[in-house]
Design a protein around this ligand. Sequence first.
Ligand code: UDP
Length: 330
Amino acid sequence: MPVSAHPDLPALERDPVTMRVLVTGAAGFLGSHLTDRLLGEGHTVVGVDNLSTGDPENLAHLAQEPRFQFVERDICRPFDPGPVDYVFNLASPASPPEYLRLGLETLRVGSAGTENTLEIAARYGAGHLHSSTSECYGDPLVHPQRENYWGHVNPVGPRSVYDEAKRYGEALIMAYHRSRGVNTHLARIFNTYGPRLHPSDGRVVSNFLMQALRGQPLTVYGDGSQTRSFCYVDDLIEGILRLSRSGEHFPVNLGNPGEFTIIECAQAVLEVTGSKSTLCFESLPEDDPARRCPDITKARTLLGWEPQITLREGLRKSLEFFRSKAAAGA
Ligand code: UDP
């Protein structure tokens, strides 16, 4: 993995069949899985990350990969990676505790950072996919959520740093598409889990798995009746790739429509881990959405995509990663 401290990387030799791809947030959970998938398809990847929430360990296995370059930098400062064919913009703090801790950074990466990636796509005539989120729907009044629902978002609540950054990002993407003709794509990503989800970033699946494996009580916020829809990471990456190769420029929901209460999620984790942990109840964070479930009709119709992996299967596939983290004292 040639690491370059230089902000403006020289262009790599381009293969006519394969692409040179920029992945921002490459050291993150989704970014590292997407990078693996792109390299597996034979593409060359430039991965950028400022490591504010990403983990270099997620890319450690690529140390000897000649088609991968890692650049540690903040995309909020303009940069030029050299000619690229496609830009996947995945850089952002994404778990509630992390974006609450990094509120200003989250707003900046969703606005200035995202604009810098769009400038790169415009400069090189590259395609661009932006990782938007189900948070654009806020605490939804419509269920399940379809892409034409405009959402119910508190613009000044604690979560607004993430929600509004992502909503602004969507407006920016559409403006670059309309005004500058950039071939943009917008993925509205619902809760996703799997190996490399940071064991301490505070998400429900990583918290529950780590707590179950350590024999600690599972921390259920509120009464646990709120719902989420959990998509296994491999399914999500497949959806992202299909969307990036489609002609759709408006947002597309990507997520697993299987809806679970947080109590049901805790039960699934206990079952899969065989843990005897108990549940303990803690206060519900402010503006925590009560229900969330994607309507994926659009993705099914346009992309021929739907998740294949059930929650219990996905938890089983995630076990080895979280076991090794628990054993290492993470
Ligand atoms: N949650 C929980 N216990 C935890 C972490 C999260 O009960 O240890 C709840 C949280 O309040 C929310 C849901 O699980 O209702 C999903 O939280 P997460 O942070 O994973 O993602 P969100 O969908 O809120 O962005």
